[in-house]
Design a protein around this ligand. Sequence first.
Ligand SMILES: *Cc1c(COP(=O)(O)O)cnc(C)c1O
Length: 430
Amino acid sequence: MTMNELKEMYNSLGISDEVYDYAEEICEKISERFHKIDKIAEYNQLKVVGAMQKNKVAEAHFAPTTGYGYNDLGRDTLEKVYADIFHTEDALVRPQITCGTHALGTALSANLRPNDKLMYISGKPYDTLEEVIGIRESVGSLAEYGVLYDQVDLLENGDFDFEKIKEKITPDLKVIGIQRSKGYATRPTLSVEKIGEVIKFIKEIRSDIIVMVDNCYGEFVETIEPSDVGADMVVGSLIKNPGGGLAPIGGYICGTKECIEKCAYRLTTPGLGKEVGANLGIMGTFYQGLFLAPTVVASALKGAIFAANLFAGHGFKVIPDEKEERFDIIQAIEFGKPEGVIAFCKGIQAAAPVDSYLTPEPWDMPGYDAPVIMAAGTFVSGSSIELSADGPIKPPYAVYFQGGLTWQHAKLGILKAFQNMVDDELISLK
Ligand SMILES: *Cc1c(COP(=O)(O)O)cnc(C)c1O
């Protein structure tokens, strides 16, 4: 294949020569960073394979179970594999956990009782958590059950506000929540190292406080996870990083035996806990997705860094910036006007393997406080480890984009988004 043939292939998918040439310049510039990402993926691949071998994962573990799901070996072994990867005493990894919000809601409600206080120390939590906690009034929230809530914002520079945290550690404080990823906020993502420092600080004040980390989008980005630095629970979604693009549903909670036991009784019911929950035949996708997750995460990271450099080169504010180290797979790009967000998302959609002919429009999504436009032409509906972009239609008109099961596809999607903005005269290549 000549470079010309590759370029022609891009042309046939709607990428102009000018955009292609600019992209190649950027790729040249960031090759060293790609090498580092591959090394982290290599480390994490070994970690995952090692845990599978240690627990003697076998073909029999992929067999479907139905009904109550007593003695479901596939499910129980997978939970052991997760516990080994995250270095925790136990884990809950199930299709009955419907999504990340559900996993987080379960972890919180399982470990909080009336009059206990929950405090987030990474600022306002992810939008959907506001209803779980009751920051925004909602039926069945923790607030309805008498759980108190407090919050400490991050400092201007993105660091934890140690002083304020210490001030607010009252006797009724039971759980501290930390969100690793920025979610829909334009703040820096927290490194596992930084999370470790604050956990150490908290535990020195009161060792019995339960620290829960919302690990969504962070898994396998670094070689360590928050549970390696003292978190009592790490929680996330299987239709993000650890599902590797193959898990069609699910969430996980890894943590101490005591916390996980409470989560299990909350997820199913008191008395039954971990003992029930048939796997319905999707265990193969959970195992295989986990196996692929380190390299899928690497592809997504490459896409994020590529996009940051591509758009920063045209004067857009990108968070993280084009040179920054990465601690999650999300890339935020601020366009300053709705047209930018919409053109970008339409480009991502047009590059998808599935539903590429559809045009995304902003809509009032449940759980969010502004209309959101979402681009996701995914195999698993709504999966955001697959190349996807979303942007709430509110200032600063930022698009949050993430995922890419392969780097090659992430690249195409980003180029399509860029091309769309060039075509709409929101970007000039002159
Ligand atoms: C996606 C996400 C969630 C919620 O997960 P869902 O699977 O969408 O319910 C929570 N926290 C963060 C930081 C997230 O990125």
